[in-house]
Ligand binder design. Structure first.
Ligand code: NAD
Length: 489
């Protein structure tokens, strides 16, 4: 199988190995074999990246030259688009994306989102005239300047790495911040290629830095603890997010957290093509490794048996349609790692112990290859208090919960520590929209509407985090307001 290029650090404008030359293996989830070598950053490397980003922010005009910055980001954008095939290959070989998933959320979603962010740049208000005000007997002319916050550390996960890297890095650069990107240990090349293309685009040294590390916490913890870093933009698990918030308090960091989810998909009894809609509710896209994926399917008690039968049919029909690296139509491959495979399997075991009924899947599939394959899995007869209904599994596992009426559906939807995405289907748009309004989450889809695109704010409430990425809000997240008041009389 094809190899990926070795992943190198990008620090202060230089692409280089780790200071002690150490590397680790980049593992291909399809085969469990190494697919390349990755520079394993030392503490000295992390320090050098922070120093470079600090210097580039404090000692250059980067944050103030909006137009030349935009021009460079556009050049960078062109290079990322020109490397679309390489990016697709990286998503397939290190994130384990099936071709159909790589093309959609992984690459096109990320690249189109980048264009959305660039388009949003024109709507950023950099300065506002707040007029004269007489206070204590004299006039002051006031302006409010919206300026870049400073040095941003972007800490990203492995599930849709390009999408998350772009959502943070492009928005922060457009805002005028300097950035240290720390990708997840499992998806390093999707980070380091962003460094290589930034070098090719001609970014000033230190404006973007990329550090890769085999150790999940080391570099991240250094970034969170360091007073030279002004803001942490983190996407990952809720547990690590809490730790970042706690550790970041010591240096009063601004912290933005995009965390886990356990989103609902509510299908009301009056939904036209009820069975068909239920069938599309399988949690199989990218093997269920999507933070906003609706993994709790809520169906009306009055049509529960019909819904279970429809799901049995759809999972049976899907059984031969996943796990093929070369099939361009497939949307599901392996999960990311052995560790993740074991974690998901432990939840499948737990679901059976909790009394849920398995109607599809439930096993690993060594026949698909040496990689980390888990069958598309569906539990019915789930109650919302079960751990499989409450905890994020992050694998191809759907749980199906019956509800009595609209109030009950809303109650179940909100009875979760999470609040990221969600979907409601009904023949009555007003009824579905009313339910969507009452669900505590960041992005709701009604009758299949697309609630996650690069021009819209994305983020969660409750255990799903705080702050918004993408859209104008995603750029403004990296700005701070400053008042300048001049005494005029
Ligand atoms: P993770 O929390 O284990 O790791 C995320 C990143 O944090 C990685 O780069 C990791 O190296 C780093 N990290 C780990 N420990 C750290 C520490 N102590 N201090 C600082 N950094 C640390 O998450 P993951 O397993 O890579 O990704 C899966 C999780 O991400 C899921 O929970 C998923 O829901 C979530 N996710 C959320 C969104 C969103 O936008 N809400 C998007 C994608 C993924």
């Amino acid at each position: 199988m094809t190899m990926l290029p070795d992943a190198k650090l990008y620090i202060d404008g230089v692409i280089r190995p780790a200071s002690d030359n150490k590397t680790y293996d980049n593992i291909n989830p399809w085969t469990a074999e190494p697919v390349g070598k990755v520079a394993d950053a030392t503490a000295d490397d992390v320090n050098a990246a922070i120093a470079a980003a600090r210097r580039a922010f404090d000692e250059t005009e980067w944050s103030r030259q909006h137009n030349s910055r935009l021009a460079l980001v556009k050049k960078y954008r062109d290079l990322l688009f020109a490397n679309r095939d390489t990016l697709t290959q990286i998503a397939r070989l290190e994130a384990g994306a099936a071709m159909g998933a790589a093309n959609r959320a992984h690459i096109d979603g990320a690249l189109n989102g980048m264009d959305d962010l660039i388009n949003c740049f024109a709507s950023v208000t950099w300065e506002e005239d707040r007029g004269l005000r007489n206070e204590y007997g004299f006039d002051s002319a006031r302006i409010v300047v919206h300026e870049a916050i400073g040095v941003v550390a972007a800490i990203t996960p492995w599930n849709v790495p390009l999408y998350v890297n772009i959502g943070k890095v492009i928005a922060a650069l457009l805002a005028g911040c300097t950035v240290i990107l720390k990708p997840a240990p499992d998806t390093p090349v999707m980070g380091t290629i962003m460094g290589e293309l930034a070098a090719e685009a001609g970014f000033p040294p230190g404006v973007l830095n990329v550090i890769t590390s085999s150790e999940p916490a080391m570099a991240g913890e250094m970034l969170v603890a360091d007073p030279r870093v002004d803001l942490i933009s983190f996407t990952g698990s809720t547990g690590v997010g809490k730790r970042i918030m706690e550790k970041g308090a010591e240096t009063l960091k601004r912290v933005f957290l995009e965390l886990g989810g356990k989103s609902v998909n509510i299908i009301l009894e009056d939904t036209p093509d009820f069975a068909m809609t239920v069938m599309t509710g399988m949690a199989v896209f990218h093997a269920g490794q999507g933070c906003a994926m609706p993994t709790r399917l809520l169906v009306p008690r009055s049509r529960y048996e019909e819904a279970c039968k429809a799901l049995e049919m759809s999972y049976a029909g899907f059984s031969t349609k996943w796990g093929d690296f070369d099939d361009p139509t497939q949307i599901m491959g392996p999960v990311i790692s052995k560790r993740q495979q074991e974690r998901v399997m432990s939840y499948i075991e737990l679901g059976q112990k909790e009394g849920a009924r398995l109607i599809a899947g439930g096993k690993t599939r060594p026949d698909k290859g040496n990689g980390f394959f888990i069958e598309p899995t569906c539990f019915v007869d789930v109650t919302n208090d079960m751990r499989i209904a409450q905890e994020e599994i992050f694998g191809p596992v759907l749980v199906v919960i019956p509800f009595e009426d609209d109030e009950d559906a809303i109650r179940i939807a909100n009875d979760s520590v999470y609040g990221l995405g969600g979907a409601v289907y009904s023949g009555d748009v007003a009824r579905a929209t009313n339910i969507a309004r009452r669900i505590r989450a960041g992005a709701l889809s009604v009758n299949g509407g697309m609630s996650i695109t690069g021009d819209l704010p994305f983020g969660g409430v409750k255990g799903s985090g705080m702050g918004r990425e993408w859209g104008l809000e995603g750029i403004e997240e990296f700005l701070e307001s400053k008042v300048i008041a001049t005494r005029v009389a």
